[in-house]
Design a protein around this ligand. Structure first.
Ligand SMILES: Cc1ncc(COP(=O)(O)O)c(C=O)c1O
Length: 487
C-alpha cells in the first residue's frame, strides 16, 4: 500500500538557503496544520523518506528529531514514528478564524479606531501635526547621531533611569525655566514618549475608575478617549474666547479630581486662556485639591512675541503637571516628550512610567540632549517659527481673499494650525469629505465638540507645507467652500 509520503507533493528547494532538514520539518508541520496529516499517521522510516526525497538521511533524521522534540510526532518503541495524538484538532483550530473573533474581550473592543497614523502620515495639505525639518537640522541630527553611536560605551546600552538621561532632563529643565517660566528642578522632569504617554501616566497616577474630571469642549479627542478607557468620567466644560469657563466647571462637576487643559493654545480653537481664568482655575484647584494637567503642545511657535508663561509657573501649591513635547517642535516620529511633575507625585509618576515602558530609548535621548545643549534646538525653533509664520500668513491671506464671504479665518497667535469658520450654516463635515475627494485634508471641528453647541469650522495645518503648496491648495479650498455655500 502506498504511504502518505508518496501521495504528498513535497516541494524541496535545493537552491534555497533554508537547510533541507528545516524544509522537511516545515512541510510536515504545514501538512499537520492543513489536515493533510492526521494524528496517528505513520511516518515513513528516515531511510525510506531520504530515498524518496533524494536527500541525505542525516537531513531527514535531523527533521524528525526536531518534530519529536516539539511534540509533532511520537516514537513508539519497535513500531516506528507516528503523528502525535496531541496535535489532533490543530488543523480545525487553524481553520476557524471566526471562532476567535467571537472571543474578543469587551475591553479590547473599547479601543475605537481613531484617525491614526494613516491620516497623519498623509502629506497632502492641510493635514495637521506635520512639521518641516530643514537641511541644517537634518545635517546636525545626522552628525550628532553618528557621534552618539561612536561614543557609546557598554554602560550606555543597558537599563537606565526610567525618568530619562540626567543631561537631557537638565537641558529640558533649563529650557522650560527660561522659555516657559516653569518652576521646576531637573529631578522633576520625566522624559516620556510624547504627550500621549505623559497624559496616560498622569491619568493612572491621579485618577481611579469613576472619578470625575473636566475636559475642554471642544477639546482634544485623544485625551478624552484616554480618560474613557481608564473608566474615568469626563465632564465637557465649554470654552469661550478666554479659554475654559471655570465657573461652568464648578457648577457642572464640583467634585472633579482633575482638569485637562491646553491653556496657551486651546485645541482646536487656538485661543489663549486669559490671566483671569488662569488664576480662577488655580484657585479652584487649590480649594478643591484637584490637579491640573497642562498640555503645552505648541508653545515654541508663538508669532507675536515671546512664548506665553505657563500656567504651571503661576501655581504656588504644586498642583499642575506640566506636559510638553518635542514631537511638535522637532518631528512627531521622534516620540520624545516630558512632564514637569509636582514633587509629591514624582515617585508614583516615575514608577508608572517604569511599569509601562521601562525607560526612554537611550541613544535618541543622547542625540536630543546634545542638540539642545549645543544651541541647535533654539536655532531650529527660531528658523521654523519664521517659516511657519510665513506659511500661516500665506494660508490666511489666500483664504480671506478668495473666500471672504464664506469663511472667517481666525488668525492664531501661536501653533501649527488655524481654524477657518464656515458661514451660512455650511456643514464642515460635508466640506471635509468634498475636500478629501479634491485632494485636500481638512478636519471638521464640529467633531471635537461634546455637549456645547458645535461651531462649523475647518482645522487646517500650515506647519508641514511650503508656501508654494499652500497658496494653490488654499485657493482650491476657497473655491470649493464658495461653491458649496451657493448650493
Ligand atoms: C492637543 C495636543 N496635545 C499634544 C499633541 C502631541 O502629542 P505627542 O507629543 O504625543 O505627539 C497633539 C498633537 O496633535 C495635540 O493636538
Amino acid at each position: 500500500m502506498q504511504g502518505w509520503a508518496d501521495l504528498y507533493s513535497w516541494q524541496l528547494d535545493r537552491a534555497s538557503r533554508t537547510p533541507l532538514s528545516r524544509q522537511i520539518y516545515m512541510q510536515v508541520c504545514s501538512a499537520v496544520a492543513s489536515g493533510a496529516l492526521c494524528a496517528g499517521a505513520r511516518m515513513p522510516s528516515s531511510r525510506a523518506m531520504a530515498r524518496q526525497l533524494g536527500v541525505a538521511r542525516a537531513s531527514v533524521v535531523s527533521a524528525y528529531e526536531q518534530l519529536l522534540a516539539e511534540g509533532y510526532v511520537e516514537s513508539r518503541h519497535g513500531s516506528g514514528t507516528f503523528i502525535s495524538n496531541d496535535v489532533a484538532g490543530l488543523a480545525t483550530r487553524r481553520r476557524a478564524p471566526r471562532a476567535i473573533k467571537r472571543t474578543v474581550p469587551t475591553m479590547a473592543r473599547a479601543f475605537p479606531d481613531f484617525e491614526r497614523s494613516a491620516v497623519q502620515g498623509d502629506a497632502r495639505p492641510f493635514n495637521t501635526g506635520r512639521t518641516l525639518i530643514d537641511a541644517r537640522t537634518a545635517d546636525t541630527w545626522r552628525t550628532l547621531t553618528h557621534r552618539a553611536v561612536r561614543q557609546f560605551g557598554s554602560n550606555d546600552l543597558g537599563y537606565a533611569d526610567p525618568a530619562g538621561l540626567t543631561a537631557l532632563r537638565a537641558n529640558i529643565c533649563d529650557y522650560l525655566r527660561a522659555a516657559r517660566a516653569v518652576q521646576c528642578e531637573a529631578e522633576q522632569i520625566v522624559i516620556t514618549a510624547g504627550t500621549q504617554q505623559a497624559i496616560d501616566i498622569a491619568i493612572r497616577v491621579l485618577l481611579a475608575p469613576g472619578d470625575e474630571v473636566w475636559v475642554e469642549d471642544p477639546g482634544y479627542p485623544l485625551t478624552h478617549a484616554q480618560l474613557l478607557l481608564a473608566k474615568v468620567r469626563p465632564h465637557a466644560i465649554p470654552v469661550d474666547d478666554q479659554g475654559l469657563i471655570v465657573d461652568t466647571g464648578r457648577r457642572k462637576a464640583p467634585r472633579a479630581r482633575a482638569v485637562f487643559v491646553t491653556p496657551s493654545h486651546q485645541f482646536p480653537c487656538g485661543v489663549a486662556m486669559s490671566m483671569a481664568r488662569r488664576l480662577e482655575l488655580l484657585a479652584w484647584a487649590r480649594q478643591s485639591g484637584a490637579f491640573i494637567v497642562e498640555d503645552d503642545y505648541t508653545s515654541e511657535f508663538r508669532y507675536s512675541g515671546p512664548p506665553l508663561a505657563s500656567l504651571q509657573g503661576l501655581d504656588r501649591s504644586e498642583q499642575v503637571i506640566y506636559v510638553g513635547t518635542l514631537n511638535k517642535a522637532l518631528f512627531p516620529g521622534l516620540r520624545i516628550g516630558y512632564a514637569a511633575v509636582p514633587r509629591a507625585l514624582l515617585q508614583a509618576f516615575v514608577g508608572a512610567r517604569y511599569l509601562i515602558d521601562r525607560q526612554p530609548a537611550t541613544l535618541q535621548q543622547e542625540v536630543v540632549s546634545q542638540f539642545m545643549q549645543q544651541g541647535h534646538f533654539a536655532a531650529h525653533v527660531r528658523r521654523m517659527r519664521q517659516l511657519y509664520r510665513e506659511q500661516r500668513d500665506a494660508l490666511a491671506e489666500t483664504l480671506t481673499r478668495r473666500a471672504a464671504g464664506s469663511l472667517d479665518v481666525a488668525l492664531p497667535d501661536q501653533g501649527m494650525h488655524l481654524v477657518a469658520y464656515l458661514r451660512d450654516g455650511t456643514s464642515d463635515v460635508e466640506i471635509e469629505e468634498a475636500a478629501r475627494r479634491a485632494g485636500i485634508i481638512v478636519r471638521a471641528i464640529s467633531r471635537f465638540y461634546r455637549s456645547a453647541r458645535p461651531r462649523a469650522g475647518l482645522m487646517l495645518g500650515f506647519s508641514g507645507f511650503p508656501r508654494q503648496l499652500i497658496v494653490p491648495a488654499a485657493a482650491r479650498l476657497a473655491r470649493l467652500v464658495a461653491s458649496r455655500g451657493r448650493d
